[in-house]
Design a protein around this ligand. Structure first.
Ligand code: AHR
Length: 497
């Protein structure tokens, strides 16, 4: 089958905010304990952080990591996680019904983030707590010294403030499962007053108002309209969360789920701009898609989990090749909306619905979804372009007119490099793409990376890497045309210079 594209330097979406390649570490399952932190592991450094895990995180060039939750943050007392470790309380963790011994907290995480070369996106507890806990935590992390909480931090061995810039005003506060869940009115008022106090403590911070926990919520998008009506003055972003599933084992339908993400983003943009119009405001609220991924493989096992264990395996989805192909498309979608999506977090980073997996005391390895995330994060920097695409289409159970070709294009001005990311959703046929690259005269293909596999359900394990990319793609240029050759059901990156 054949498709056509036109790519032009002047067809710009936006400068890409690197923070769209963010991720997430929650105190959940083995993300922290046994994931990033395992003092008994032979690879642990002097602080207990696994260096083998750190290496893979650095490879991904993750610019920002959301912490400490997630659902967990809605019943979390940040004070439990600071100060001498022997004095920290062991608590019932209510969101995931485990035991939390608080051996990692805010300062240790800041230290880990430093080592990983990433920023921290902090989330505050607006479930069981509110203004007071939030402003105290911010004073603790960001104020230089000479006050109660900043001096408390210094007494804990952290002389310099962490200066966390980005803060989430709670997590999924619309969810009935959330400890201290709220109606839109309740949340809107609390978030507004908390945001006001936080910006008095440190006006340089950026705040994320809590959006719906998914587009399937019955309160979506009225939740966004009502809450933003309250928080508009102090919020800089609104959050979006969505996980994609393939319970029905319908691959063509599953591979089209990025269209759902696209529709979700468009609806949230419209809702933000409706409130902007209503308020006659000059300010634009941008989007933080701070939880996204495939999540469904582990749900049945998690439902059988015995409560009150320390760091049990939870949400340990083992990702297939087809999951990786969808993740590639979800990344195209974020890039296509990079004019409004300024932050996004693949949820999560290690062990819990994650690209990186570990064995306690043992190996670390890359899941299938590591690869599209890695290539897009490392090479998808610069300006997102808006290609004109003409592709044959198919219909699936939930979607109509799904283009077989899904693509995003980035121009890196610094390196004078054009990067075409492209997915072929066709399960049997190669897709030949004739791409007019008129404004990139003389550019040649320097690398064509292909992620392909004959088995959509192939997975990677500690012992065996069954799904990994190769760079023997056959795309080439001829005059001002790039002839893209995308194998059946594949994700591709074609770099030209
Ligand atoms: O990422 C796993 C969970 O999914 C998070 O804790 C929560 O915010 C969402 O429901």
């Amino acid at each position: 089958i054949n498709a056509k594209m036109i790519v032009d330097k002047d067809f710009k979406v936006s400068e890409i905010d690197p923070r769209i390649y963010g991720s997430f570490i929650e105190h959940l399952g083995r993300a922290v304990y046994g994931g990033i932190f395992e003092p008994e592991h032979p690879e642990a450094d002097e602080s207990g952080f696994r260096q083998d895990v750190l290496e893979l995180v650095k490879e991904l060039q993750v610019p920002i990591v959301r912490y400490p939750g997630g659902n967990m943050v809605s019943a979390y007392n940040w004070e439990d996680g600071v100060g001498p470790k022997e004095d920290r309380p062991t608590r019932l963790e209510l969101a995931w019904r485990t035991i939390e011994n608080n051996q990692v907290g805010t300062n240790e995480f800041a230290e880990w983030a430093n080592k990983a070369g990433t920023d921290v996106m902090m989330a505050i507890n607006l479930g069981t707590r509110g203004i007071d806990a939030a402003r105290n935590l911010l004073e603790y992390t960001n104020h230089p010294g000479g006050t109660y909480y900043s001096d408390l931090r210094r007494s804990h061995g952290y002389e310099q403030p962490h200066n966390f810039k980005t803060w989430c005003l709670g997590n999924e506060m619309d969810g009935p499962w959330q400890v201290g869940g709220k109606t839109a009115e309740e949340y809107g008022r609390l978030a507004y007053e908390t945001a006001k106090a936080m910006k008095l403590v440190d006006p340089s911070i950026e705040l994320v108002s809590c959006g719906s926990s998914s587009s399937d919520m019955p309160t979506f998008p009225q939740w966004e309209a009502t809450t933003l009506d309250h928080t508009y003055e102090f919020a800089d972003y609104v959050s979006l969360h969505q996980y994609y599933t393939n319970y029905e084992d319908d691959t063509p339908n599953f591979l089209a789920r990025s269209m759902e993400m696209d529709h979700f983003i468009k609806t949230v943009i419209s809702t933000c701009d409706y409130i902007k119009a209503k308020k006659r405001s000059k300010k634009t609220i941008n989007l933080s898609f701070d939880e996204w991924n495939v999540w469904f493989h582990s749900t049945a096992d998690d439902n059988k989990m015995e409560p009150w264990q320390i760091a049990p395996p939870q949400l340990e989805d083992v990702y297939t090749f087809e999951d990786a192909v969808l993740v590639g498309s979800l990344l195209h979608t974020l890039l296509k909306h990079s004019d409004r999506v300024k932050m996004a977090c693949m949820a999560q980073l290690v062990n819990v619905i994650a690209p990186i997996m570990t064995d306690n005391g043992g190996k670390v390895w890359k899941q299938t979804i590591f690869y599209p995330y890695y290539y897009t994060s490392v090479y998808g920097r610069g300006i997102a372009l808006d290609p004109v695409v003409e592709s044959p289409k198919y219909d699936s159970k939930d979607f109509t007119d799904v283009p077989y070709l899904d693509t995003s294009v980035v121009y890196n001005e610094e390196k004078d490099e054009l990067v075409v990311f492209a997915t072929n959703r066709h399960m049997e046929n190669t897709l030949k793409v004739d791409c007019d690259i008129r404004s990139f005269e003389g550019f040649r293909v320097i690398e064509h990376v292909v992620l392909e596999n004959d088995d959509p359900k192939a997975v990677n394990t500690a012992e065996q890497t069954n799904v990994a990319p190769h760079n023997k793609g056959e795309s080439h240029t001829d005059g001002g045309t790039l002839h893209g050759i995308l194998p059946k059901m594949s994700w591709n990156m074609i770099r030209l210079r």
